[in-house]
Design a protein around this ligand. Structure first.
Ligand code: NAD
Length: 297
């Protein structure tokens, strides 16, 4: 390789390491994503419209990092340095200069579309715009975004600092370069990326959500109580967690949104959300984050 080509490759490689990153949305997923980006040495602008959400996120990251220190996974110095790399803001403008932006706001197409369109005006034309969406079409999300080929799914699992998988979603317009950038970043974060194509629910939630929904039907019909249903799945199927406890961890509102995307996307009644799930969301019983779901917290 000639020296110019080598220099170009080097430049490309270093530009792909994304020293400046942004995470939009500081909820359950956003704070975990910000945490692992910061631990890996990257600067993170954590953006959320809600000030309390940002404060909660910083406190949660602090607690989680302290646990990693306790377990000997990082040093106290690394904990402090990671915290210093995270800045919070209420304004998307803070994403300016980021090479990689990971969007993790509520699972709502109009909200996400608005954010992607705004982001395209704030960051450089070649910055990678990744979404942590659980189910919304990446192709659809890129619709109003200039240079839609850089829009890609980067679907982390909950809890982000612990779970190994990142489902990398290739939209119809997503470039190979954007897929590669996200795959390499996921690997640099110590995760295992799996590239999948853009269909409702991708692989993870297309398989998981019908199981959770069926468990909720079992509860609604009185087949067994929540603990009974979860115990069957834990001891009988060797699942580390029962489906109802998992739904509480994910957030019942998030589960409902995903089921609605599957139902609408495939037009198949097998994905219709259980009425009990709808009721629980309407009652504000959203799982762990609200203090009550199928279990009290
Ligand atoms: N919860 C899970 O287990 C899980 C797993 C994988 C992927 N996801 C996906 O991650 C995304 C976030 O989910 P979550 O569970 O973290 O949700 P959450 O409700 O915990 O947090 C969402 C955050 O987005 C913020 N927000 C809303 N509108 C905004 C805007 N316009 N600009 C900036 N911030 C805004 C809210 O204030 C909130 O803090 C969703 O797309 C969801 O489908 C969730």
């Amino acid at each position: 390789m000639g020296s110019t080509a080598e220099a170009k490759t080097k430049e490309r490689k270093s530009s792909m390491t994304f020293e400046k990153t942004s995470v939009i949305g500081a909820g359950t997923m956003g704070n975990g994503i910000a945490q692992i980006l910061a631990v890996s040495g990257r600067h993170v602008q954590l953006v959320d419209v809600s000030r309390p959400a940002l404060e909660k996120a910083v406190a949660k990251i602090g607690k989680s990092l302290a646990k990693f220190v306790e377990k000997g996974k990082i040093t106290d110095e690394e904990r402090g340095a990671a915290l210093e790399r995270i800045e919070t803001s209420g304004d998307l403008e803070a994403a300016r200069g980021s090479g990689l932006v990971v969007e993790a706001v509520v699972e709502s197409l109009p909200t996400k579309l608005g954010i992607f369109a705004q982001l395209a005006e704030v960051v450089a034309p070649d910055a990678i715009l990744a979404s942590n969406t659980s189910s919304i079409s990446i192709t659809e999300l890129s619709r109003h975004t200039e240079n839609s080929e850089r829009v890609v799914g980067m679907h982390f699992m909950n809890p982000v600092p612990v779970m190994k998988l990142v489902e990398v979603v290739r939209g119809l317009n997503t470039s190979d370069e954007a897929v590669r950038a996200v795959v390499e970043t996921a690997e640099a974060l110590g995760k295992v990326p799996v590239v999948v194509n853009d269909y409702p629910g991708f692989v993870s939630n297309r398989v998981l959500m019908p199981m959770i929904n069926e468990a909720i039907y079992c509860l609604m019909e009185g087949v067994a109580d929540a603990e009974g249903i979860d115990t069957v799945m834990k001891l009988g199927m060797a699942h580390p967690m029962g489906p109802l406890a998992l739904a509480d961890l994910i957030g019942l509102d998030v589960c409902l949104s995903i089921l609605q995307v599957l139902h609408e996307g495939f037009g198949d009644p097998k994905y219709r959300a259980c009425p009990l799930l709808k009721n629980m969301v309407a009652a504000g019983k959203l799982g762990r984050k609200s203090g009550e779901g199928f279990y009290p917290y």
